[in-house]
Write a protein that binds this ligand. Structure first.
Ligand code: XMP
Length: 532
């Protein structure tokens, strides 16, 4: 690797979050452009803002109205830093109001598509256009969502874009490099949104694009080497994307100073345990201790029907086993001083929250449930600054297979919550196989990446069927496939009937004990994605 001469965090944008559902999207776009950025609650202190030394500030949208006195506002220091500021939607409103303009509720609310006319030259938009109107002004297709409007411009500002219902749709103070847009450049429906953000970040804020997968890895690797020295690091490897990428990253950084503990609960996907061992231990040469704990989990789950109790049993057993193994490791090798975790940036943002509204709680994000005090390990979290899409890109760059880094999420309790009621050993294999057939066919039909999550659920009820001339009386499997952005709400996937028929036939023909397949057509809400 070439030596990294530039600090990849040096050029950075600060995003102040006013509560918009798109704030993380703004950050992801800035990172895609190749520039580091952080999201902070809008009420972060002036001292912290000064210390961060951003090269530009973006004020996000938000649900509040800047027409009320007690609406959230940016710290005045934001406008005194001498760096460019971009206000988006609510960010525009608060900037306008704070700098001496006026914002009023609008009679005409605008949601969705709008055509914006560029009415004045501006450093933010010049040369960016979707089409030219009859009056020779450039026009942009944008996505709007707002209820308020700017009715008086602050001193030094000019209106640079308008729509039919929002005469002041974008404003600019070119001398101070302050810009405000009523629409959302971060959403893909705003056709030229990425170009506008690029213009702001690269040209107006003069940021260099150093935030690339290769540079991020190089930076992380050298930090890990510096912090860890010759110590040993322990990682709970689950086979999920985050812990897999942590393993690959740590292996790159410290090689055999890393020991992974992989607990095979017996509740994993089809042949997943073997796959994890093949990928990490065999191909990458990572030191992985595989703990075959299937019997222990099955014994612990015997007679337990309640989903929450099952989760507890599984979680506790996992922690017990991990602790036993970790203790063995530390005993046999006294240098194990670090515990690695797959915490990612959205977990960090969620933990910080807003200091006004929500309590400032730190989410107990322990993949392994925390370790007892006597182990006194230090935490290492190499993905702490990264969004999921960045984690995936880095995983690919580190040589993990695309199937691994683009996998659908899989719940910690695994098949334990996909077998309804008591988990019995005889249900596990048919369920894992049915799930495998479903996923395999999704991949064969190029549908895997079109759905956000897909899986099979084992219903421990028997139904009557006919196999050959014989009456059968066997178990039922349900298929679930959903489309979602954030997994908080979801719609069921409209998979083609022919595809579903093929999956159903394969499951019934290839798996003993299943004679009926059903497809789940419930949205979330009211149903959850998992059945338990
Ligand atoms: P629900 O079922 O709540 O699922 O709509 C939303 C997302 O979370 C996953 N999920 C879990 N993940 N432990 C986990 O690590 C759990 O206990 C758990 N329950 C649900 C689920 O697979 C979906 O992606």
């Amino acid at each position: 690797m070439p030596h990294l001469t530039q600090d990849i965090h040096q050029h950075r944008i600060l995003i102040l979050d006013f509560g918009s559902q798109y704030t993380q999207l703004i950050a992801r776009r800035i990172r895609e452009i190749g520039v580091y950025c952080e999201i902070w609650p809008w009420d972060v202190s002036a001292a912290e803002i000064l210390e961060f030394k951003p090269q530009g500030v973006i004020l996000s949208g938000g649900p509040e109205s800047a027409t009320t006195k007690d609406g959230p506002s940016a710290r005045p220091v934001v406008f005194e830093l001498g760096v460019p500021v971009l206000g988006i939607c609510y960010g525009l409103h608060t900037m306008a109001a704070q700098l001496g303009g006026r914002v009023e509720p609008s009679d005409e609310k605008e949601f969705g598509y709008a055509e914006v006319e560029l009415v004045h030259s501006s450093g933010l938009f010049d040369g960016i256009t979707d089409r030219v109107g009859e009056n020779n002004n450039d026009r942009l297709d944008v996505w709007m969502s707002h209820g308020d409007k700017v009715t008086r411009l602050p001193h030094g500002f000019t209106t640079v874009a308008s729509t039919a219902s929002a005469p002041v749709c974008a404003i600019a103070d070119e001398s101070r490099h302050f810009y405000g847009v009523q629409f959302h450049p971060e959403v893909t429906h705003t056709n030229k949104g990425m170009e506008i953000l690029q213009r702001f970040v690269l040209e107006i804020c003069h940021c260099d694009a150093h935030w690339t997968a290769a540079n991020i890895i190089e930076d992380a690797v050298s930090n890990i080497r510096r912090d860890v020295g010759s110590d040993h690091v322990l990682l709970g490897l689950s086979g999920g994307v985050d812990s897999s990428v942590v393993a690959a990253m740590l292996h790159e950084a410290i090689g055999d100073q890393l020991t992974c503990i992989f607990v095979d609960t017996g509740l994993l996907r089809y042949r997943e345990g073997d796959q994890v061992m093949a990928t990490f231990a065999r191909h990458m040469g990572v030191h992985v201790i595989r703990v075959d704990a299937r019997e222990r989990f099955l014994t612990g789950l015997k007679g337990v029907e309640d989903p929450e109790k099952k989760r507890k049993v599984i979680g506790n057993l996992f922690i017990d086993i991990f602790e036993e193994q970790a203790k063995d490791c530390t005993r046999s090798d006294h240098d194990v001083k670090w515990l690695a975790q797959g915490t990612i940036y959205p977990d960090v943002i969620e933990s910080a929250g807003s200091r006004t509204g929500k309590a400032h709680v730190i989410k107990s994000h322990h993949n392994v449930g925390g370790l007892p005090d006597y182990m006194q390990m230090k935490l290492i979290e190499p993905l702490r600054e990264l969004f999921k899409d960045e984690v995936r890109r880095i995983g690919m760059q580190l040589g993990l297979a695309p199937e691994m880094v683009h996998r659908h999420p899989f719940p910690g309790p695994g098949l334990g919550v996909r077998i309804l009621g008591e988990v019995r050993e005889e249900y596990l294999e048919p369920l894992a196989k049915a799930d495998h057939i479903f996923i395999e066919e999704l991949r064969n039909h190029d549908l895997y990446d079109k759905v956000s999550q897909a899986f099979a659920v084992f219903l421990p009820v028997k139904s009557v069927g006919v196999v050959g001339d014989q009456r059968s009386y066997e178990w039922v499997v349900a298929l679930r496939a959903v489309e979602t952005i954030d997994f908080m709400t979801a719609i069921w996937s409209r998979l083609p009937y022919e595809f579903l028929e093929k999956v159903s036939l394969r499951i019934i023909n290839e798996i003993n004990g299943i004679s009926r397949v059903v497809y789940d057509i419930s949205g979330k809400p009211p149903a959850t994605i998992e059945w338990e």
